[in-house]
Design a protein around this ligand. Structure first.
Ligand SMILES: Cc1cc2nc3c(=O)[nH]c(=O)nc-3n(C[C@H](O)[C@H](O)[C@H](O)COP(=O)(O)OP(=O)(O)OC[C@H]3O[C@@H](n4cnc5c(N)ncnc54)[C@H](O)[C@@H]3O)c2cc1C
Length: 541
C-alpha cells in the first residue's frame, strides 16, 4: 500500500501497516510534520473543549494519550493549566459566578477521564494560591481551577513513527511529491511521484492508496477527479522569547474564544486562532492582525507579555470535517475515512479531521480498513504497546551527565528528544570530543546531536534539522547554530560548499518567513544581525 503524506496520520498508518506485515511506501513531499502536525499546539490532551459536543472525541483522545505515553515516554511533558476566574471587584454578576461553578463541575467531569492519561485531578485554587503559583497574572482574580494536560514534540512524534515503519520494512521517501494518481477501471492503481530535490520521477503501484495529505488532500483529490470534503481552518501560534508564566494559562480572546499561554522549553507559546481558510495551503502565513489578536488575548491575563519579543508566528491548517453553518471553533473534531469508490477511485482512502492526540487510534482504524480492502486478516494491532524508537527506556539525565561528557541540562534535552538513543549521541562525543560542542546557548543543541540526526533520521536538507533538533529555532534565530550545523550536516551528507551555502540560505529564509509578521523596529535590527552574523562566523571545521 502507498501512504501519501508524512504528517502524524500518514506516519502512524505507515507504522501500523508495516507492523501488520504489509509492504508500504510512504511519500512526503517535504519533511515529516511540516503540515498541521508540526504546527499544532502539540497537546496530547483529551480536548476538554469537545466534552459537551463530542464526548467520544474526548474519550478517545484521553485513552490514546495514555498509549502514546506508554510508547514514547521520553517525548511527553506535563503541562498543568490554570483556568482563572474574574473577581467580584471586576463586577462579576450572578450569572458570571454561576459560570464559575459550572466550570468547576465541567472540569470535575473531565477528571473522570484523567486516569486514562495519568492526569492529575483538578484542584480549586483560592486567589492566594493562584497568585503564589502565578504572580504574573493581572490583579483582581478570585481563584482558578487546574487542568492537567500533556505536550509533545510533534515533529519528533511523526519522525519516530516513520523511522519505525522503515525499520519494519517500509520504504520511506521524504521530499518526494505524489503528482498524480494512477487509475485503472473504477479504481486507483498507484501514484506517479517526483523527488523534488533530484528531479527523479517514478511510479509506484499498489491496490490501496492512503491519502493523508491533510489540507492538501481536497486539491489532490480534485486534480484526480475525486472529492474530499473538508473545511480547513487556519491556526496561528506565537513564540515569545522567554517564559512569561510558570504554568499554562487559559485565557479568552477579545471575541470570547478560548486561547492559551504556556511555557515551552525556554520560551512561551501563545495559541491559537481558528479561522476558515480558502487560500492555497502553500501560501499560509500569519498576519500582523493575527499576531495582535493573540497578544491582546494573552495580555488580558498576563500583562507582562506586552513586553515580550515575539520571535516567530507559525501556522497550520486544521483538516476539519466539512459542515456548513457552525463557527470554526464549534466544528466537530471527529475523524472520517473518505472512500474514493464513489468517485470511481476504489482503493483510495482519504483521512479527514481527527486529533494529534488520537493519531495512534486513528491509524489503527485506518489500518483495519486498509486490510479489509485488501481482503486480508486484520492481525493484531500492537502500536499501543511496542515502543517508538528511544521509548524503550527512560534514562536519568543526571546519571547520563555524570560521565562528564555533557552538562546536565544538555543531557536532559537529549533524553527528552532521543530517549534511550541519547546514549548513542553521547557515544559520538566519546569518539570525537569536538562533537561535545554546544552549538546554541539558547537551545543547548549538541554538535553530536546534529551528526546523529543527519546519520540516522532521514535528514536530506538543513531545514530538516529544525524539526529534528531545533537548529535555527531558538530566540537567536540561528546566529549560534545554523552555520556550524550546516557544516556538520554537509560533512555527513556529502554536500559541497555551494550546497552548504544554499541550505543555509534556505534555513534562514524559513525563519524569516515565520518572523515577518512579528517584526518591529528593534527586531528588524536583530534580523540584520542574524543575516550578517551567520554569513561571517568562523566555524571550527
Ligand atoms: C493550529 C493547530 C493546532 C492544533 N492543536 C492540536 C493539539 O494541541 N492537539 C491535537 O490533538 N490536535 C491538534 N491539532 C490537530 C492536529 O494537528 C491534526 O489533526 C493532525 O496533525 C493532522 O495530521 P495529518 O497527518 O492528517 O496532516 P498534516 O500534518 O497536515 O500532514 C499532511 C502532509 O502531507 C504532505 N503532502 C501534501 N501533499 C502531498 C503530496 N502531493 N505528496 C506527498 N505528500 C504531500 C504535507 O507536506 C504534510 O506533511 C491542531 C491543528 C492545528 C492546525
Amino acid at each position: 500500500m502507498i501512504v501519501l503524506g508524512g504528517g502524524v496520520n500518514g506516519c502512524g498508518v505507515a507504522r501500523d501497516c508495516a507492523m501488520r506485515g504489509l509492504r508500504v511506501l510512504l511519500l512526503e513531499r517535504a519533511d515529516f510534520g511540516v503540515g498541521a502536525s508540526g504546527n499544532s499546539s502539540g497537546m496530547i490532551h483529551g480536548g476538554i473543549r469537545y466534552m459537551l459536543s463530542d464526548r467520544k472525541v474526548t474519550a478517545l483522545a484521553c485513552k490514546d494519550s495514555g498509549y502514546i505515553q506508554r510508547i514514547a515516554p521520553h517525548l511527553l511533558f506535563r503541562i498543568p493549566f490554570l483556568m482563572p476566574f474574574a473577581s467580584k471587584r471586576d463586577g462579576a454578576t450572578l450569572a458570571e459566578r454561576a459560570t464559575w461553578y459550572a466550570t468547576e463541575v465541567y472540569v470535575g467531569t473531565y477528571d473522570q477521564y484523567q486516569p486514562l492519561k495519568r492526569g492529575k485531578p483538578s484542584t480549586r485554587l483560592s486567589a492566594e494560591d493562584l497568585y503564589t503559583l502565578e504572580p504574573g497574572l493581572r490583579p483582581g482574580l478570585s481563584g482558578a481551577v487546574t487542568l492537567d494536560e500533556w505536550g509533545i514534540d510533534a515533529f519528533r512524534l511523526c519522525t519516530l513513527n516513520a523511522l519505525d515503519a522503515e525499520a519494519r520494512g517500509a520504504e520511506v521517501r521524504t521530499w518526494t511529491e505524489a503528482r498524480e494518481l494512477l487509475r485503472g477501471p473504477g479504481r486507483v492503481e498507484g501514484v506517479r511521484f517526483r523527488d523534488v530535490l533530484t528531479g527523479e520521477e517514478g511510479e509506484a503501484r499498489a491496490p490501496v492508496v492512503f491519502n493523508a495529505t491533510g489540507a492538501w488532500s481536497p486539491g489532490l483529490a480534485r486534480r484526480n477527479g475525486a472529492k474530499v470534503p473538508m473545511r480547513p481552518g487556519k491556526g496561528v501560534h506565537l513564540t515569545l522569547d522567554r517564559r512569561y508564566s510558570n504554568y499554562g494559562v487559559i485565557c479568552s480572546a477579545v471575541d470570547g474564544r478560548q486561547m492559551f499561554l504556556m511555557p515551552h522549553e525556554s520560551e512561551s507559546i501563545v495559541g491559537t486562532t481558528d479561522d476558515d481558510y480558502y487560500g492555497d495551503p502553500d501560501d499560509l502565513e500569519a498576519t500582523n492582525d493575527e499576531v495582535e489578536y493573540l497578544l491582546e488575548g494573552a495580555a488580558s491575563l498576563v500583562p507582562g507579555v506586552r513586553a515580550a519579543r515575539v520571535t516567530r508566528a507559525w501556522c497550520g491548517l486544521r483538516t476539519t470535517i466539512h459542515a456548513y453553518g457552525p463557527n470554526e471553533d464549534a466544528l466537530s473534531r471527529e475523524h472520517q475515512l473518505h472512500d474514493g469508490a464513489a468517485d470511481g477511485l476504489a482503493g483510495l482512502l482519504s483521512f479527514v479531521g481527527g486529533k494529534l492526540a488520537s493519531y495512534r487510534a486513528q491509524a489503527e482504524e485506518a489500518t483495519d480498513r486498509i486490510l479489509s480492502l485488501l481482503a486480508r486478516p486484520r492481525g493484531t494491532c500492537r502500536t499501543h504497546e511496542v515502543p517508538l524508537p528511544g521509548g524503550d527506556e527512560v534514562l536519568d539525565p543526571a546519571r547520563l551527565a555524570e560521565g562528564g561528557l555533557v552538562a546536565a541540562p544538555v543531557a536532559a534535552r537529549l533524553v527528552y528528544r532521543h530517549g534511550s538513543r541519547a546514549r548513542e549521541v553521547l557515544r559520538l562525543v566519546e569518539d570525537d570530543p569536538r562533537l561535545g560542542l554546544v552549538l546554541c546557548r539558547d537551545e543547548g543543541i549538541l554538535a553530536a546531536e546534529v551528526v546523529h540526526c543527519a546519520r540516522h533520521e532521514k535528514v536530506r536538507r538543513l531545514q530538516d534539522l529544525r524539526r529534528r533538533c531545533r537548529v535555527g529555532l531558538g530566540a537567536c534565530a540561528g546566529v549560534d547554530c545554523a552555520r556550524i550545523a550546516a557544516q556538520l550536516a554537509g560533512r555527513e551528507l556529502g554536500w559541497d560548499a555551494d550546497r552548504i551555502r544554499a541550505e543555509l540560505a534556505d534555513l534562514l529564509d524559513q525563519g524569516w518567513r515565520e518572523r515577518r509578521a512579528v517584526l518591529d523596529r528593534a527586531q528588524l535590527a536583530q534580523e540584520e544581525l542574524v543575516r550578517g552574523a551567520t554569513g561571517l562566523l568562523e566555524v571550527p571545521w
